[in-house]
Design a binder for this molecule. Sequence first.
Ligand code: CA
Length: 226
Amino acid sequence: MSEASKGSILLVEDEANLARYLELELTHEGYEVEVSHDGLSAIQKALDNDYDLILLDIMLPQLSGLEVCRRIRESKSVPIILLTARSEIPDKVAGLDSGANDYVTKPFAIEELFARIRAHIRRQEQKELEEIVIGNLVISPQARRVFRDEEIILTPREFDLLLYLAMNQGQALSRDQILRAVWGFDFTGDTNVVDVYIRYLRGKIERDNAPKLIHTIRGVGYSLRE
Ligand code: CA
């Protein structure tokens, strides 16, 4: 994987035009893309390579996407996003049962697909992280649990925000940086949502006069440090 790449993706789609369109868009976005047009070659590729993510159409000739998903899942933990047509809605449940992480309904906005891809690749990377310790704050990325003397219960978004701050501890992070990393998309609206979530987080990890960890950096944003 080249340094500039955002990750490698296996795209499994039998409709040639859609496959070509997605391949171009994903490549332009910075991903390395390989394309399979049928289930059997997709399984072979998925087992032979370590992709960061797989985009898998459900309606494939011969072997269905769900069967492909099950077979890949037997030996790989790679995130899998299913591409489903609106008429295949009942397949969603079966899809998640088959071990898929997410599904996107066609037709979809490309930005929505990018956001899902970023979120799943980021979450996969987090699973591989070691425990992070800052003072008496302990974050376990794998278990997605946080402790400061006792366990602190965070919402998924609060956890993602804390983890991002912790992974960049000591750095001054702008609201835009935080939004893009934690919310997973190019946020063009109000960055106030960051301040709101920082407030929630402070309320949970800095309660009972515990030493301050999240510092406001005037004119920039926030920094997590002892
Ligand atoms: Ca198809």
